[in-house]
Write a protein that binds this ligand. Structure first.
Ligand code: SF4
Ligand code: SF4
Length: 315
């Protein structure tokens, strides 16, 4: 478990994660509950998203003191766009950045995109991908095929799904078919309109031993959380839930260091609860997150990472 001393103010350190969300608001899927489904972006909007991403990447390249991880958390699907792979590749070459990743629906061509990532000098051993299974959009077999390709290419990833009680049988099959060394998470279903029954909660816990964390209330405590959230235009917030802007990444040299200071982050927390995984995973006082350290943001247990590290050489 990370201790308070692991937080090195002003530069970040092992365990610090910057979250980046571009201006992208579109997806190739059309999940009924999602506002980004099947929204097409114009070429100009895609160019603007690419420009914003590369500006962020360039800024991080210049912040040579930064140490930590970068997680891309798009509104929609980013990894079908080659420029995100270029951005990830460049970030992975930063000596202080230990892990880079993105949330995805895993609909990209792993073969093509990883080739691009490698060609741009991306370090495969630093990649941490997060794949969400959407049973209404893709068959179990298709999703598993994408997972197997990532395993074949020796990429670290986690997969998960929303805990829809009607999908239990399918999710059990997903667990059975997934490689054993892939963690399957289950997220609480927000639109359920009732509490889970005891049996449902137990059934999801059998699939994901950490599911009870999803059912707990995590009262906000900014002094016990780390991480920083960066918008496409450079505005920085304490986390993905907070609305208050504490500065801009592009305000000049040294700005990232200033924003990483605990006193700055404290000004940014305007929520009573860390009410989703991307928020509470940054808390250093949640004992159950210990197996996911130093980067719970990627949701990959450390023992899987260690087991995996022997499989290939990290450049
Ligand atoms: S895959 Fe994700 S981003 Fe795409 S429509 Fe579904 S929920 Fe939205
Ligand atoms: S709401 Fe966000 S900033 Fe506040 S304590 Fe929770 S994760 Fe940290």
């Amino acid at each position: 478990m990370a201790e308070r001393g692991d937080w090195e103010e002003g530069s970040g350190r092992k365990g610090t994660v910057l979250y980046y969300r571009g201006s992208l608001k579109s997806c190739n899927y059309s999940c009924s509950y999602c506002p980004f489904g099947k929204r097409k972006l114009s070429q100009a909007q895609l160019e603007a998203d690419k420009t914003a991403l590369f500006r962020f990447v360039q800024e991080m390249e210049q912040n040579r003191d930064f140490a930590g991880g970068i997680q891309i958390v798009p509104y929609g699907e980013a990894l079908i766009h080659p420029y995100y792979w270029e951005g990830l590749a460049r970030l992975s070459r930063h000596p202080g950045i230990q892990a880079v990743g993105a949330q995805s629906n895993f609909s990209f061509s792993a073969e093509k995109m990883l080739e691009r990532y490698r060609k741009r000098g991306g370090i495969p051993g630093k990649l941490r991908l997060w794949g969400t299974f959407h049973p209404d959009m893709v068959s179990l077999e298709e999703f598993l095929a994408a997972c197997r390709e990532l395993s074949r290419q020796k990429i670290l990833y986690c997969v998960g799904a929303v805990g829809v009680p009607e999908n239990l049988a399918l999710l059990r099959r997903l667990r059975e078919e997934l490689p054993r060394r892939v963690y399957l998470w289950i997220n609480r279903m927000d639109g359920l309109g009732r509490e889970y029954t005891l049996q449902e909660a137990q059934a999801f816990q059998e699939l994901d031993g950490y599911f009870p964390l999803q059912l707990q209330t995590h009262r906000a405590h900014v002094r016990r959380c780390r991480g920083l959230f960066v918008e496409a235009d450079g505005r920085v917030k304490a986390c993905n839930l907070c609305r208050r802007t504490i500065g801009s990444l592009y305000d000049g040299p040294g700005e990232l260091g200033r924003l990483l200071l605990q006193e700055q982050r404290e000004k940014g927390c305007d929520r009573r609860y860390c009410s989703c995984y991307l928020a509470y995973c940054n808390r250093i006082d949640i004992e159950e997150l210990r197996p996911f350290q130093p980067y719970p943001a990627f949701r990959i247990p450390q023992y899987f990472q260690e087991a995996h590290e022997g499989l290939f050489v990290v450049k």
